[in-house]
Design a binder for this molecule. Structure first.
Ligand code: SAH
Ligand code: SF4
Length: 426
């Protein structure tokens, strides 16, 4: 089943406009840059921060930290005043020095099929002016996937990717990475509204956000520490509780961080492969010059926890006349031999000025059939939303510079690519 965010559809709603009220009608002032964020700190950091602030006695710090953790990640509160089992004086002390506020939501779009897209604004934190990132939610039968960004812009320059034409503005902090999940859960009504006392088991059945993919803007392995802290908090069993098997990190191939991703985060891995020989991959994914295919494939073979039940996803964008021949498909099968793998064929998502075209439908079909016949699952449709994700990072990069008319033109281009993807499933 394919769902696309059809922006020409009258039922797509722009829910928020700048400066309008946010969730529950409350104004969304955004994050006060003068205050230290508590979201994104590990449990130990949280306890240390409280003790160092002088508002909690040292021996109470761990207990207070776990109380606050519960409010932040099980109840999803974004205001200290809601922490009813925290004394008034301590709440006032917290309020004075720290923030747990949500970012400003600049725009929220909802498609008739339930796909949602948010544009969030974070403080400059060294970037000179506030930064904006997009997050996309794609509901499917039995699951809901949230696509999260790790950087504003990207330092890499993959030739088919629009984000790659935007310089890296800055890394997102662990707080900002997690905020994308927290905002999505707020807006989807995905936090329990009934009181859930500490220690209570919160049912995970029926969760709206059941999966996350680090496939938004940026290269997550060039922001390893923040991504790691955010994902460890997202998968913490006493909090957001997302299974690590439902968290996928996509990398263009930052080889030295691949083993650490398995060992220290333990999530699923996706590789933006896109080419099966070094010559072409050097051109499409230039980081290949530093970490060539041989090294990349070895890191994949050695990925901690890899098994037939925990496969690596290889992403492969279909570029007309560039990487879409049967010879490429054969080489792909050879390259992946012995690696428990899934292959996602992504119809190229065009953008103004891009030098590529999407492969013809028949070519994509032939490519997919060959791979399927050789034992690899290779859905042509990108897993739903992939096109939106690709488009979404690209759109964001332009959203700072382009006028609405031009942004809309871009949206329509991505829509066309999504329709190609949808066609693939018929
Ligand atoms: N930077 C990371 C995470 C981005 S994930 C990475 O490169 O893996 C987004 C996926 O969309 C990547 O596989 C990326 O290569 C792919 N992509 C980028 N631009 C695209 C485009 N124009 N059309 C289709 N897929 C694209
Ligand atoms: Fe950066 Fe990924 Fe785009 Fe390459 S594909 S430029 S790594 S966001």
């Amino acid at each position: 089943m394919t769902v696309s965010l059809d922006l020409t559809d009258k039922s797509v709603r722009e829910v928020l406009k700048e400066g309008t009220p946010g969730a529950g009608g409350a104004a969304l002032p955004g994050i006060d840059p003068a205050k230290k964020p508590l979201i994104g700190l590990t449990r130990t950091e949280l306890a240390e921060t409280l003790a160092q602030a002088g508002i909690v006695a040292e021996k109470q710090a761990r207990m207070r930290a776990s109380q606050i953790w519960h409010w932040l990640y099980i109840r999803g509160v974004s205001d200290f005043a809601a922490m009813s089992n925290v004394g008034k004086d301590l709440r006032a002390g917290l309020e004075e020095q720290f923030t747990i506020a949500r970012p400003e939501i600049v725009a929220e779009q909802i498609s008739s099929d339930g796909t949602r897209k948010w544009l969030m604004r974070f403080p400059p934190r060294g970037a000179g002016k506030p930064v904006e990132v997009e997050t996309v939610y794609i509901p499917e039968e039995g699951r809901g996937t949230l696509c999260i960004s790790s950087q504003v812009g990207c330092s890499l320059t993959c030739s088919f990717c629009h984000t790659g034409t935007q310089k890296l503005v800055r890394n997102l902090t662990a707080e900002e990475i997690l905020a994308q999940l927290l905002v999505a859960r707020d807006r989807l009504g995905d936090f329990p509204d009934a009181d859930t006392p500490q220690g209570a088991i919160v049912p995970l059945e029926g969760r709206k956000v059941s999966n996350i993919v680090m496939m938004g803007m940026g290269e997550p392995l060039y922001n390893f520490d923040h991504v790691k802290n955010a994902l460890l908090i997202a998968s913490d069993g006493d909090g957001l509780s997302l299974s690590k098997r439902r968290i996928t990190l996509s990398t263009s191939g930052v080889v030295p961080f691949i083993p650490r991703t398995g060992e220290e985060i333990g999530c699923m891995l996706a590789i933006s492969l896109h080419a099966v020989n070094d010559e072409l991959r050097d051109e499409l994914v230039p980081i290949n010059k530093r970490f060539p295919l041989k090294d990349l494939m070895q890191a994949c073979r050695e990925y901690p926890g890899l098994s037939n039940a925990r496969r690596i996803t290889f992403e492969y964008v279909m570029l007309k006349g560039v990487n879409d021949s049967l010879a490429d498909a054969k080489e792909l099968v050879r390259l992946l031999k012995g690696v428990p793998a899934k292959i996602n064929l992504i119809p190229f998502n065009p953008w103004p000025g891009s030098a590529y075209e999407c492969s013809d439908w028949d070519t994509i079909q032939t490519f997919a059939d060959f791979i399927n016949d050789n034992g690899y699952a290779s859905p042509i449709r990108t897993p739903r939303g992939r096109d939106i994700l690709a488009a979404c990072g690209q759109l964001k990069s332009e959203s700072e510079r382009l006028r609405k008319k031009d942004r809309d033109a871009l949206e329509n281009l991505s829509l066309q690519a999504m329709m190609i993807a949808g066609h693939g499933e018929d």
